[in-house]
Write a protein that binds this ligand. Structure first.
Ligand code: SF4
Length: 109
């Protein structure tokens, strides 16, 4: 009986010691990755026509807003999509980064 209890405590301790580093490692990995939208690449304009690409350029679309979260596509009235994947814009064709920006930005109504 005593050995069973000791084994049980030992097993519990082993499990606890193996879970703690995994938790710390997971948190570190999430921090290294930053937010989910930071790793997005919404630059593939290969399916766009010349005029659609020209509009994108004319409106000075960029993948990362120079205004940060204060003014980015996620809080623009023309953005449709989520904050964690490439979305769309009713003014500009092609994939739109939720953290992107262009000079037609208007606060979401
Ligand atoms: S208008 Fe510009 S800022 Fe607004 S969603 Fe479209 S690309 Fe983003």
């Amino acid at each position: 009986m005593f050995n069973d209890e000791k084994l049980s405590r030992r097993s519990t301790l082993k499990i606890a010691l193996s879970v703690i580093p995994m938790s710390i490692g997971g948190a570190a990995l999430l921090n290294a990755c930053g937010s989910e939208s930071e790793g997005l690449d919404c630059t593939d304009v290969s399916g766009l026509s010349g005029s659609e690409t020209a509009t994108r350029t004319a409106l000075e679309y960029v993948e990362a807003s120079p205004h940060g979260e204060e003014k980015d596509c996620t809080n623009c009235n023309f953005y449709t999509g989520t904050a964690t994947a490439c979305g769309a814009c009713t003014l500009i064709k092609g994939p739109i980064n939720p953290k992107g920006y262009c000079k037609s930005w208007v606060v979401k109504a």
